[in-house]
Write a protein that binds this ligand. Structure first.
Ligand code: NA7
Length: 536
């Protein structure tokens, strides 16, 4: 049903998380466009609006998991912890929305159900579930990459007598786990964050693990005054370092190979990296993500750590990852994850030996037994990258449907545009390096590139930009090449490959050539008059 008058603006942005907020600021306040942001949730924050599960916090450190475009914003905001918790990130984004007066152009509680390009009028018509219609020359998706919750189709879920939740759709009032028998399915970054917190609250926690995972201690802690002062003093340098880094983190990457040092020296370097903690463990040697033998030394170090932490040898064995190498799936970081399996009230179920057969009214039934549960928590991840975009039902020129165009896997130019879909920009989409990057760094680059592109069109009296098919083909080959130059495609069960969603095409989706390199490519494309795009 379509009701009401069509509401017209220059641009429509879908999503009010980190991406949508900054894109709105740029298009409205720097370019002077009229902009409408449509957001499905009842609040801003995107990922951080939805992910409120126990233990939810960012794996990037707070002082660089934030916008860098405004020095004033940076100076007036104080982070309390090394890794910000979900609530603190929401408060930060609320502050940004207020500070830049963004709310007046954001319409909450508005879920987009379709977007159609009109060739004759050269505009996009966006429809919402409530039947509203919006029209704009430019459509920008800022819907996130990990926002379509993946609840596995386990038979019997509807029959479960208790309550169940997906971590990415967490009830805002919270869940009381006291005196509850809780089952947690999934041991990715989310399950690994949630496990220790759930174990502390529940009467019993059963963790259902399909793939054992590597994890490095986060070493979270309060931001003390000394550290805050250091961050302020070094802010410009830290931001510059993040911009120039392969993953948007201001890490000092070692220039040494893990294979060029003695075993004793290597062990000492890994021990120091383990003590320091966090995602920067990867930076201990330059070739951990590039060379199988080098990576194996890191993988083995973590396997040994797991065995040294987990007291029960059988549990330790089941927790030891063997199916993939360290960080070839998104590497989690944790606070007492492995230690939690030493608690009396925690049980690990290895689904590789006893798969889940069904969910029954009283709990989860595996091949050999039934685990009675009051609550099931699905930490089973997302239909990553393509899921949120396909949910918008985007239709371009000549009746092209994005879902059909991407049936064999996503194709894009620079991860920013898709041939056949003029004036549509996809922030943090497949083909962009965003999910392999400290996200705000990728987001700022995307938003600025898109704003510059629209400014370029307007200054020249042009009204349409569309990626050329040959450019998208070439970019697809570059995405493949970049992935093959790393160890990332080796993890056959990773969501980078779409492997976690049954029936999804197995294509390595993110651009693995590094954020800084990607930024350079995008800058050259723009400087060359938007090479690979047709401008009209
Ligand atoms: P992930 O990383 O996709 O992890 C999901 C976990 O759930 C993973 O251990 C999966 O096992 C498991 N899973 C998925 N489906 C099932 C079924 N059907 N049965 C049992 N276990 C299952 O999602 P997260 O939310 O942890 O993290 C997503 C991103 O958020 C993360 O990378 C950060 O960027 C932030 P599998 O490994 O597929 O065997």
């Amino acid at each position: 049903h379509e009701t009401g008058p069509i509401q017209r603006t220059d641009a429509i942005i879908v999503g009010a998380g980190f991406s949508g907020l900054y894109q709105l600021h740029l298009l409205r306040d720097r370019l002077g466009l009229s902009v409408r942001v449509l957001e499905a949730a009842d609040g801003i924050g995107g990922t951080w609006y939805w992910n409120r599960y126990p233990g939810a916090r960012c794996d990037s450190e707070s002082y660089y998991y934030s916008y860098s475009f405004s020095r004033e914003l940076e100076d007036e905001w104080d982070w309390t912890e090394r890794y910000p918790e979900h609530g603190e990130i929401r408060r930060y984004l609320d502050h940004v929305a207020d500070r830049f007066d963004l709310r007046r152009d954001i319409q909450l509680g508005t879920r987009v159900s379709g977007a159609r390009y009109d060739e004759a009028g050269n505009h996009w018509t966006v429809t919402t579930e409530a039947g509203e219609r919006f029209e704009a020359q430019f459509l920008i998706t800022a819907v996130g990459c990990l926002s379509s919750a993946n609840v596995p189709a386990i038979p019997g879920l509807a029959s479960f007598a208790g309550a169940w939740y997906h971590t990415g759709r967490w009830p805002h009032e919270g869940v009381d786990f006291s005196n509850k028998r809780v089952g947690l399915i999934g041991t990715g970054s989310t399950g690994i964050q949630a496990t220790p917190v759930l174990a502390a609250q529940a009467s019993h926690l059963t963790v259902f693990q399909r793939t054992a995972n590597y994890s490095v201690p986060a070493r979270n802690g309060p931001m003390d005054d000394e550290f805050k002062a250091w961050v302020r003093e070094n802010s410009s340098e830290l931001r510059a370092k993040a911009r120039e880094a392969p993953n948007g983190h201001p890490f000092d990457f070692s220039d040494r190979s893990a294979l060029d040092v003695s075993p004793q020296e290597r062990q000492a370097i890994y021990e120091a990296a383990w003590e320091r903690g966090g995602l920067r463990f990867r930076a201990a040697f330059r070739d951990i993500m590039l060379d199988k033998d080098a990576n194996e030394t890191a993988s083995q170090f973590i396997r040994d750590k797991i065995r040294s932490i987990v007291e029960d040898p059988e549990t330790a064995e089941a927790l030891t990852p063997r199916d993939h190498l360290f960080a070839t799936k998104r590497p989690p970081i944790d606070t007492n994850y492995f230690e939690t399996f030493n608690r009396e009230n925690v049980t690990l179920v290895d689904l590789k030996t006893t798969p889940i057969e069904a969910i029954v009214p009283e709990g989860v039934r595996t091949r050999d037994t039934t685990y009675p549960l009051d609550v099931i928590v699905f930490a089973t991840g997302f239909d990553a990258l393509t899921g949120p975009l396909l949910a918008l039902d985007i239709r371009g020129r000549d009746g092209l449907v994005l879902k059909d165009v991407w049936a064999a896997g996503p194709k894009s130019y620079l991860g920013l545009q898709v041939p056949g879909f003029p004036n549509l920009f996809t922030m943090t989409g497949p083909g962009s390096p965003s999910v392999l990057t400290n996200m705000p760094v990728a987001i700022e680059q995307h938003a600025e590139w898109i704003a510059d592109c629209i400014a370029h069109l307007r200054e020249r009296g042009l009204d349409r930009i569309e990626a050329r098919p040959d450019a998208a083909e070439t970019w697809g080959a570059e995405v493949d090449r970049a992935a093959s130059a790393t160890l990332l495609p080796m993890a056959s069960s990773s969501w980078y490959l779409g492997a976690n969603v049954p029936g999804k095409p197995r294509v390595f989706m993110p651009y693995a050539g590094g954020m800084a390199h990607y930024r350079g490519i995008c800058e050259r494309v723009a400087a060359g008059g938007y090479e690979g795009f047709s401008l009209r």
